[in-house]
Design a protein around this ligand. Sequence first.
Ligand code: AP5
Ligand code: ZN
Length: 217
Amino acid sequence: MRIVLVGPPGAGKGTQAAFLANNLSIPHISTGDLFRANISQQTDLGKLAKSYMDAGNLVPDEVTIGMAKDRMEQPDAEHGFLLDGFPRNVSQAEALDEMLSAAGMKLDAVLDLEVPEDEVVKRIAGRRVCRKDSSHVFHVTYSPPKQEGVCDVCGGELYQRDDDSEETVRKRLEVYHTQTEPIIDYYKAQGLVVTISALGKVEDVTARAMQALQSDK
Ligand code: AP5
Ligand code: ZN
């Protein structure tokens, strides 16, 4: 299956993607995680991306589309993938469509996670991520690590993301509404959108998502 996950910052895309990708045996591709890996390795791409991310803005399409394409062309993504954080505006969605149709492929579904804004603010404020791998995500109240400040998965140090400050979160939400939400209408026109509530326990949201994806087929 080829799935796009969409939803505001802090909706739980990364959290859900890890379970869904595992259940569906497809790789989880997060452009945010790819950028953060480049930042921690101090690559040129990471240096460029950091300036945009810290301000809550989108990294330019020229850079992002190439990086996403390279990742989707890896052998593990041959039979499907779960995209998290890409596409993030209509021109990225158009680029993805072109990329897929050139390869004779298409998307199966766009899973839209709905969460009220006051809840995403709470989720982001308590989020802690692993320095070794930013796909290892915790929450100080909702899903605390066994040992404070230490990643359950790999023992890495947990920290608060630089772009999780209140001011940057406000900017990221604005960018989501103005630039990312329009892709939902773009995909609705293709009949691909499945919307679910992302409120409630993590496992309940996963079950809801699996049911929605399966009944969509
Ligand atoms: P990215 O990393 O994609 O961030 P985002 O979209 O803002 O999403 P988040 O990672 O903040 O949240 P999430 O929905 O994954 O929530 P999570 O599962 O962590 O992008 C960051 C930046 O990179 C962008 O601002 C941009 O600059 C750049 N970028 C990335 N992609 C780009 C692109 N395509 N084009 C241009 N620029 C790009 O959950 C949040 C918290 O809630 C966690 O603590 C979690 O434990 C908790 N939680 C999750 N589910 C639940 C639940 N059900 N109940 C209670 N708590 C929960
Ligand atoms: Zn870790």
